[in-house]
Design a binder for this molecule. Structure first.
Ligand SMILES: [Zn+2]
Length: 469
């Protein structure tokens, strides 16, 4: 997706947009301009992380390559088929926009990815009216979230699709055909509402391909699987941040959920899988979904909570930049990595899909150092993906002894104090009383024993669904 200004010419990419070297080599810009553009980008991302958009902040944290290049006229997020995301930005474009404009453009691009992830129904994607609706929705939200009156200016002219101009065209079209337009607030209420209202027009405007390069045929590569992976990971981390007490992340997610789940079965399902309803205080006690997964996301969110609330001075980004420091260091997640231990009981049979889901979940949580253990009568650390072998006998005490630093495995002691310990087991072994029971989370397979729930002290305990899902 490429942010455009409506004035710049659409052109086919001059180099392969996934070819890092070619991008960097292509007509290098003035080093001073590049340095200033990079500074603006970093300052923008820092602000997102601290106050304005946890989702955008996490998304760009996952764009491993962020390349200033004149191979694009504006800025674009490229999702390539190998699972990586790149942010490409034209240095002159960023310098021309200034900090406020850069923030708007970066927010626009991030939100586009989220939109594409949540509302990816093929019949929508093929409709040019839906593309325009996306521009309207994204810029409407950007204006509100970033507290702007106007679109960013470039050379004194506003850039991008102005939702209010589109609304005027909509009102004129409907009125001319004797139809009743809805008020602007209703028009922009949800993403599908924007689309639905635009569809009522006799002549819905066809989005000008110059407004956003991804609208054109030779658009920017956007691999849907990569978009899904990166975006869902950013949403999960934002959700965990919200559950850890980041009020900004919570508000942003609630708003985003409200905008997208209505009218889209896909978006509603994705939010449901994520367990995001917890933010509304909905308890996920329903049998039709894997509510133990939602439960775990919630419990982990609270167990990994930061001890004290992180308070960042608002001007910190500007200060760091003024001191000539790279603000990048300050924006990546919590101050200290949280330590998570996941222990699989291999004495019985562990349901594969549960193990896979857990591995995937933990892999997508940023700011967490994960230690994987398998255990029967003894503890054996392993790496995700490695085959684990189980034998006879089960000892939870062996896990507690290792986690609490009393025993060595392979000549090594666990030299960190975990913030949470997840145990996946059938529960059949002598109960234990860990030193810090509030850190333990027990996932009990079907037919297993749920003793931790009634133990003294009681511990977080949930049965996992091991049926068809
Ligand atoms: Zn766009």
């Amino acid at each position: 997706m490429t942010y455009g200004d409506g004035g710049r010419r659409l052109r086919a990419p001059v180099v392969e947009l996934t070819d890092l070297r070619a991008l960097e080599r292509y007509r290098p810009a003035d080093p001073g301009v590049v340095a200033e553009a990079r500074r603006l980008k970093e300052a923008a991302l820092l602000d997102f992380g601290l106050t304005e958009s946890a989702v955008a902040s996490w998304l760009y944290a996952k764009c491993r390559h962020q390349i200033p290049t004149t191979a694009v006229d504006t800025a674009a997020v490229v999702a390539s088929g190998d699972g990586t995301c790149l942010l490409l930005y034209n240095p002159g474009f960023f310098v021309g926009l200034g900090l406020d404009g850069v923030k708007f453009v970066l927010f626009h691009e991030a939100r586009h990815l989220v939109h594409r992830h949540l509302l990816a129904e093929p019949e929508l994607r093929e409709d040019p009216v839906f593309e325009l609706a996306a521009e309207v929705s994204v810029n409407h939200v950007a204006l509100i979230r970033l507290e702007r009156e106007e679109l960013p200016l470039l050379d004194g002219r506003p850039t991008g699709v102005d939702p209010r101009r589109v609304y005027e065209a909509y009102t004129a079209d409907l009125t001319a055909h004797g139809l009743q337009p809805v008020p602007y607030e209703t028009f922009t209420e949800t993403d599908m509402r924007v689309y639905g209202e635009l569809k009522r027009m006799h002549h819905p405007p066809v989005p000008d391909p110059r407004l956003c390069l991804h609208l054109g045929e030779d658009g920017v590569p956007l691999d849907q699987r990569t978009v899904d992976e990166i975006t869902s990971s950013a949403l999960l981390n934002s959700l965990l941040a919200a559950r850890r007490g980041h009020a900004g992340a919570e508000r942003e997610l609630l708003d985003l959920m409200g905008r997208t789940e209505e009218g889209s079965a896909r978006a509603a399902r994705l939010w449901g899988n994520l367990g995001a309803g917890l933010l509304r205080g909905e308890t996920a006690r329903t049998r039709t979904v894997d509510w133990w997964q939602r439960w775990l996301v919630d419990v982990l969110g609270s167990k990994l909570r930061d001890g004290e609330r992180l308070v960042y001075p608002k001007k910190r980004g500007a200060l760091l930049a003024a001191l000539g420091q790279d603000p990048m260091l300050a924006r990546r997640g919590p101050v200290r990595e949280k330590v998570l231990v996941i222990a699989y009981d291999t004495s019985g049979s562990m349901p594969d899909h549960v193990v896979r889901w857990l591995t995937d979940l933990v892999g997508r949580i940023d700011g967490v150092e994960a230690h994987w253990l398998s255990f029967d009568a003894v503890v054996m650390p392993f790496r995700p993906g490695e085959r684990v072998y189980g034998g006879g006998g089960t000892s939870f005490q062996a896990v507690a002894d290792y986690v609490e630093g009393r025993t060595e495995v392979g000549g090594r002691r666990l030299d960190v104090t975990p913030d949470a310990v997840v145990v996946l087991t059938d529960g059949y072994a002598p109960p234990i009383s860990p030193a810090e029971p509030e850190k333990w989370i027990w996932l009990i397979t079907q037919g297993g024993s749920e003793w931790p729930e009634t133990h003294t002290p009681a511990m977080a305990c949930h049965r996992v669904t091991t049926g068809s899902r």
